[in-house]
Ligand binder design. Structure first.
Ligand code: NAP
Length: 248
């Protein structure tokens, strides 16, 4: 039997990058997959077809994770279409990198809304069906930057550190109902998000990684499968780094 056979997963921001990798890995592991995207409509539609080819149920929804009402409507729609949700992966995220000296209020607000408020929105909405079925696994995509900080990313680091505090609090609140909440802290993973970085910065990051390479989306997806599955049934409130040893 496949590790996620019969489970229903909802993944935010799966049109590309890590979210797409997690959606593909979950489908290969037998999960039925609901996923969201915001601007990448064609990529979202293509992914729906690709996932369904694994013989599971797959559906993409265009939904803004930073919008409270949209998150509520999304969870209602997914529960109607799939019956329930067992796994929530809060993956959607953006960067608006610049030094604090130059950072605008808009750059701060956009990142906090897309990265942190989205996690509140989706978790709040998913609480009800998970409480009803007395089980669930919530996986939040933080970052090593949220643990360590990073110059030029004070907005992003604050959002990712906020996710860690939220993840641990939810684990404490919902543990007695068999709902687990964990965070993944990826290091440098090669996606479109990191392709936008200065190549010199990228090289210096790679040089400082003990495993001497950037991570792949599969490296992150493998941990997500574990946290989503019953293999991690006694693990909650944790932050696990996937960073090639960058942060020890
Ligand atoms: P990416 O390639 O830029 O993809 C981001 C995804 O999030 C896209 O599918 C995008 O959808 C979606 N998204 C953005 N804002 C959204 C919103 N408001 N509502 C719904 N979807 C939204 O990023 P990535 O590198 O895969 O990163 C994924 C997550 O991992 C992020 O939370 C990121 O902070 C975290 N992370 C990444 C790294 C890394 O090295 N790559 C390291 C640590 C943590 P559209 O394309 O449709 O807009």
């Amino acid at each position: 039997m496949k590790l996620l056979e019969g489970k229903v997963a909802l993944i935010t921001g799966a049109s590309r990058g890590i979210g797409k990798g997690v959606a593909e890995a979950f489908a290969r592991s037998g999960a039925n997959v609901a996923f969201t995207y915001l601007s990448s409509v064609e990529k979202g539609e293509a992914l729906e077809k690709e996932l369904a080819a694994h013989g599971i149920k797959a559906k993409g929804y265009r939904s803004d994770a930073s919008d409270f009402k949209a998150a509520e409507e999304l969870v209602t729609a997914v529960c109607t279409d799939f019956g329930t949700v067992d796994i929530l992966v809060n993956n959607a995220g953006i960067t608006r990198d610049t030094l604090l000296m130059r950072m605008s209020e808009q750059q701060w607000d956009e990142v906090i809304h897309a990265n942190l408020k989205s996690v509140f929105n989706l978790t709040k909405a998913i609480q009800r069906p998970m409480l009803k079925q007395r089980k669930g696994s919530i996986i939040n995509m933080s970052s090593v930057v949220g643990v360590k900080g990073n110059p030029g990313q004070s907005n992003y680091a604050a959002s990712k550190a906020g996710i860690i505090g939220f993840t641990k609090s939810v684990a404490l609140e919902l543990g007695s109902r068999n709902i687990r909440s964990n965070a993944i802290a990826p290091g440098f993973i090669e996606t479109e998000m990191t392709a936008a970085l200065d190549p010199k910065v990228v090289q210096s990051w790679k040089d400082s990684i003990p495993l001497k390479r950037g991570g792949t989306v599969e490296d992150v997806a493998n941990l997500a499968i574990f946290l989503a599955s019953d293999l991690s049934g006694y693990i909650t409130g944790q932050v696990i780094n996937v960073c090639g040893g960058m942060l020890t």
